[in-house]
Ligand binder design. Structure first.
Ligand code: ACO
Length: 380
């Protein structure tokens, strides 16, 4: 009897969740009942993180208490800074992030507990520390001194501050905040599934988040934002976009980075918002090259995919690339910035996983040979 195979676990429901809902046909993303389009315009990353970790949006007092809970955690232990200093300057910053999370686990004497209080303590700590890790590594690899965090700033503001040592403008902080809100959570995506699968063994939070970082780094997942910018840099001008796209589509298995999604069959709602942000930044900065090239790539892909009858649209990574470029971030920092946001969603899922755990242990259908007889090595 042939068994059904769900390669890539496509279409498989592994559990229920209260955290977020994606309607891939309508193009909707809902965080605990709230539409992402509303949250992106109105809520800060801290409010959204509170929402993802609790049942509802915080009151003013609850938000103040939540932010106060984050602030003592902004600073990195010296051991982690030393590890970041030891890293080769040309290593991918996601190796730095993943290793720093692992090192944080090694330096936390209470790392092991998976009771909800301890998970919450580590969640606050990691959410506050992710921007510090990314900014500190960026400065160290450029031969600069690390900058101490400013706990009076928001997560978004402190991240920008730790990169340059200058207080960021309100406009830049707002754009960063919108990007963090949009990237905070997205259901059972690859890295969140990895985090939950690792946690399902009842190992510690740091191990789960270290694994999630490794998963996010891949070009089919969070690594796609950097791959989009690498493609735009390689193409160089609007007039060359069409040839580039046609060449990829003419190559067997060719993928245009930043397009396609396992769940969305219409435009990803996060891409719509980031497209507006990218447009706005292009107009404000007078540097519209990256936005114009992105528009052209979207146009050519739309035409070609319509011809093939495929619903392959831009995803969240597509317009985030030009947004991050115009904010002045180096290309290989785009995926670490994704991690700065996604720690929020990963932690929300770890609360759910630890609260009602079942070991994740799917099966594989064996298709290899059976019934072979062992031969001693000198007879093979
Ligand atoms: N460019 C060209 N063709 C594509 C693309 C793309 N980006 N994405 C999918 N297709 C085509 C495939 O070639 C395939 O065609 P076929 O049926 O003729 O073989 C069809 O669309 C279905 O693609 P699958 O790979 O089966 O779809 P899947 O759900 O497994 O893939 C994925 C989703 C991995 C995101 C894919 O669209 C892709 O590789 N995109 C590029 C990488 C990317 O942008 N990743 C970021 C995703 S969002 C995120 O993780 C934050």
């Amino acid at each position: 009897m042939s068994e059904t195979i769900y390669q890539g676990l496509a279409g498989v429901n592994v559990d229920t969740t209260q955290i977020s809902h994606i309607d891939g046909l309508k193009g909707e993303l809902i965080y605990r009942g709230y539409d992402i389009r509303e949250l992106a315009n109105k809520a800060s990353f801290e409010e959204v993180t509170y929402l993802l970790w609790n049942d509802d949006l915080p009151t003013q007092d609850q938000l103040a208490e939540f932010k106060n809970g984050l602030k003592p955690h902004y600073i990195l232990p010296q051991e982690v800074i030393e590890v970041l200093k030891l890293m080769p300057k040309d290593t991918h910053p996601m190796h730095a992030v993943r290793t720093a999370v692992s090192m944080l686990g090694a330096t936390d004497s209470a790392a092991e507990g998976v009771d909800l209080d301890n998970v919450h303590r580590i969640g606050l700590s990691l959410t506050a520390k992710f921007p510090s890790i990314v900014a500190t590594f960026e400065r160290l690899r450029n031969g600069q001194e690390a900058i101490s965090p400013d706990p009076d700033l928001s997560i978004a503001g402190n991240f920008l501050y730790m990169l340059t040592g200058e207080k960021p403008t309100e406009a830049a902080t707002n754009v960063m905040d919108v990007a963090l809100v949009l990237h905070a959570e997205h259901g059972s995506n690859a890295s969140t599934f990895v985090a939950r699968a690792v946690a399902s063994t009842l190992t510690d939070v740091y191990s789960s988040i270290t694994a999630a970082c490794g998963s996010l780094k891949g070009p089919l997942h969070g690594g796609a934002n950097a791959a989009v910018m690498q493609a735009l840099e390689k193409i160089g001008s609007v007039s060359k976009v069409e040839d580039y796209v046609m060449n990829i589509l003419g190559t067997p298995g060719g993928r245009v980075m930043g397009f396609g999604h396992r769940v969305y069959r219409v435009l990803d709602p996060r891409a719509i918002i980031l497209k507006e942000v990218s447009h706005h930044l292009a107009e404000e900065s007078g540097d519209s090259k990256w936005f114009e090239m992105s528009l052209e790539m979207e146009r050519v892909m739309d035409r070609e995919m319509t011809k093939k009858g495929k619903e392959i649209k831009p995803n969240v990574d597509f317009f985030s690339a030009s947004v991050y470029r115009m904010l002045g971030f180096p290309t290989d920092m785009y995926t670490p910035i994704f991690a700065v946001a996604r720690i929020s969603g990963w932690m929300a899922h770890l609360y759910e996983q630890y609260a009602d755990n079942k070991l994740m242990r799917p099966r594989m259908v064996y298709e290899g040979p059976l019934g072979k007889s062992f031969k001693a090595i000198n007879n093979r």
